[in-house]
Write a protein that binds this ligand. Structure first.
Ligand code: TYM
Length: 338
């Protein structure tokens, strides 16, 4: 067996819907090569998902579907630890401990809470408010230091570092490590197909706003055809995309899916109208995504095998987290249970 360096990678995804092209390009795709370079832990964060209402039957179905999607994208339970958050008690326990470390003032600055809670903050769940504390716990329960995410998670990871530092400072220890966010350039922020100023999201009420990893060729073609653009042709240089968020988004998606730079996409397509460009983009998306959707469908025909892989993952995750939790309890002064 090849020995991997000791850096530990952790990342998570909510089972609040089918993963989108944004999740794929901004995060999942970057997780795949990490499995061979580092000890990698990937988590389906169901406890985060219930910070907003989830229909119970849908939640369990979506959790399994997320596992199938991640495996179909290239995660391999032999090369990484893939599991469900609620199967490992350390997350909730350390999350609670961090509720007692993080300051309310820090949480008040979280833009994602403001976005998700909307105008009626008083009606938001307390869980949604302390969401970033649980996220810090997810990572730090494993002493993970590298966290590959999309751009929208940056503020949460900064808060996780603040929590780790305050814990270390308050208890006079060097226990929790510093976390390094790994945010990939071109696709770190894939935007909605209907509004280039909003991120593409699995929880957006409009299915037309996103490409789902389960979409078939017809659905992809229709969504790309309907995607908002402008009347201008594709410019020669990046400067020509300024003030054109929808155009910039489609060029960015094309670059990411064909593994090139947006500059190269412009070079190849400049002068073209978006009608023609959308045809080429659809072809590239279908070629890349349809094998993933097919593999997902295949995996979902055997839910027992998926559950077994997840249970094995949880056992492995627990074996890493539990000794760290034991030390954390000692540091805090919690009386050992046994
Ligand atoms: P979630 O489920 O919203 O998204 C999972 C990953 O996908 C990235 N992402 C995007 N990247 C580019 N463009 C987009 N439109 C887009 N939408 C989503 C996200 O940045 C993320 O990397 N809070 C996290 C889950 C989480 C987590 C963690 C992540 C819980 N604990 C610990 C890292 C470490 C979330 O809601 O991701």
């Amino acid at each position: 067996m090849v020995m991997k360096p000791m850096t530990r990678v952790f990342s998570g995804i909510q089972p609040s819907g089918v993963p989108t092209l944004g999740n794929y390009l901004g995060a999942i795709r970057n997780w795949v090569p990490m499995q061979d370079a580092h000890e990698s832990i990937f988590c389906i964060v169901d406890l985060h998902a219930i910070t907003v209402w989830q229909d119970p039957k849908e939640l369990s179905r979506q959790t399994r579907e997320m596992a199938a999607a991640l495996i179909a994208c290239g995660l391999d339970s032999k090369r990484c630890t893939l599991f469900v958050q609620s199967h490992v008690p350390a997350h909730a326990e350390l999350g609670w401990i961090f509720n007692c470390v993080a300051r309310i003032g820090w949480l008040n600055r979280m833009t994602q809470f403001k976005d998700k809670a909307g105008k009626d903050r008083e009606a938001a769940s307390a869980g949604l408010y302390v969401y970033p504390n649980l996220m810090a716990a997810d990572i730090l329960a494993y002493h993970a230091t590298k966290v590959p995410v999309g751009d929208d998670q940056k503020q949460h990871l900064e808060l996780a570092n603040d929590i780790a530092q305050k814990f270390n400072h308050d208890y006079g220890v060097e226990f929790f490590p510093n976390i390094e966010p790994l945010i990939q350039g071109v696709a770190a922020r894939v935007m909605s197909l209907r509004d280039g100023t909003k991120k593409m999201s699995k929880s957006d009420p409009s299915d037309q706003s996103r490409i789902n990893l389960t979409d078939d060729a017809d659905a992809i073609a229709l969504k790309i055809r309907r995607a908002k653009t402008d009347a201008e042709p594709i410019p020669e240089h990046m400067a020509g995309l300024e003030g054109r968020p929808e155009a910039r988004n489609l060029v960015g998606i094309m670059a990411a899916i064909t593994d090139t730079l947006p500059e190269n996409v412009l070079r190849e397509h400049s002068g073209q109208g978006f009608g023609a460009f959308k045809g080429t983009l659809t072809e590239a998306l279908v070629a890349h995504l349809s094998p993933i959707a097919a593999e997902m469908r295949r995996l979902l025909t055997d839910p027992g095998a998926l559950d077994a892989a997840l249970h094995l993952g949880a056992e492995r995750a627990n074996a890493v987290a539990e000794p760290i939790m034991k030390q954390a309890r000692e540091i805090i002064g919690l009386l050992p249970a046994r």
